[in-house]
Write a protein that binds this ligand. Sequence first.
Ligand SMILES: Nc1ncnc2c1ncn2[C@@H]1O[C@H](COP(=O)(O)OP(=O)(O)OP(=O)(O)O)[C@@H](O)[C@H]1O
Ligand SMILES: [Mg+2]
Length: 358
Amino acid sequence: MTPTTLDATIADSHVVVVAGSGGVGKTTLSAALAVRAALDGRRVAVVTIDPAKRLADALGLAGDSAVGNDPVRIPLDDARGELWALMLDTRSTFDALVDRYSPNEDQARRIRSNLFYKNISGALSGTQEYMAAEKLYELNGDDRFDLVIVDTPPTRQALDFLSAPARLRRFIDHPLYRIVIAPSSIGLRTVSAVSQPVLRAIAKVVGAQALDDALAFFKAFQGLDAGFRQRAHDVDRVLRESSTAYVVVTSGQAEPVAEATYFIGELESANVVVSLIVANRLMPHFGDDDNSLPSSLLDNLRELDDERRAEESNLEALSAARPETPWIRVPLVPELVDERLDTLAALRLLGQALGDAD
Ligand SMILES: Nc1ncnc2c1ncn2[C@@H]1O[C@H](COP(=O)(O)OP(=O)(O)OP(=O)(O)O)[C@@H](O)[C@H]1O
Ligand SMILES: [Mg+2]
């Protein structure tokens, strides 16, 4: 393989974060990048988020046992390196953190069975971003891998991912937590939703039971907070290391292109340099008008060509707005759309297309 802009981008990286708005191909490209890098000799772990079923199957992530735990090795013919994949399970990643930082098993069990914890660990917005970052941190420190590629949840805000550790810290510093641990004002034994005027007021809004669950959670969380805070700090450091590359994916359509432009600006304002823009799933050029074709087909071709031109002009605007950022164009790969073809083979093709795109 001859080195390309893409290969150069990831050659010096230990972590590649693949970001972009919804549906642009983040998960697929993360997998294709991983395949390409593994073929090229890297020992790669790719963290995917909610992969489509076909992609999960192709990566050997279809069974329950493959979710959220350890990456599974995917056999890849002719690979000089290794390909490992993992499907992020927010809840079990959070559970593992609770286990790690709990002083004893009993406390871990108390937290994990708490209703408030069950709600936040699976569904709280931002938890998924943080747990993706947490997995990234964990795998980055794992000797089995020399490259970690992380897919991110769809979002309009690039900073959702980057600021996840800070939000976790803020969560730990939650006012309820302070009330619970405040040594003299209330005291641990008296904690109950009805014991304090301020808590009574909150209870009226969220319900006494919900508040009691939250208080019980923060009470049980004592002793873990320092560990969590330190961890969030360490994760944050890896997200901002120079060996962590950010790849922003967009399609050629107006809205994703506008979002990508905004994304890149947001990341830059947080002092994170975007290493590469990938313009994905672009309409191929089918050739110029061939008047020997039947008119219906010709109309069709013209329509597709209009779409291609519109994409071109959207992307030109992006490149004008971000002249410094390298970017590559990846065509629509029909094999990914064609259900009859093997997805891993299609990922190899897409990986090739990624390299040929210079
Ligand atoms: N270059 C390509 N050519 C053809 N199809 C593609 C290409 N890239 C991605 N796709 C297809 O586009 C669809 C969306 O891709 P994918 O799920 O990777 O997007 P995503 O950005 O991860 O979405 P979400 O934001 O919902 O997580 C999938 O069906 C995938 O097969
Ligand atoms: Mg996805």
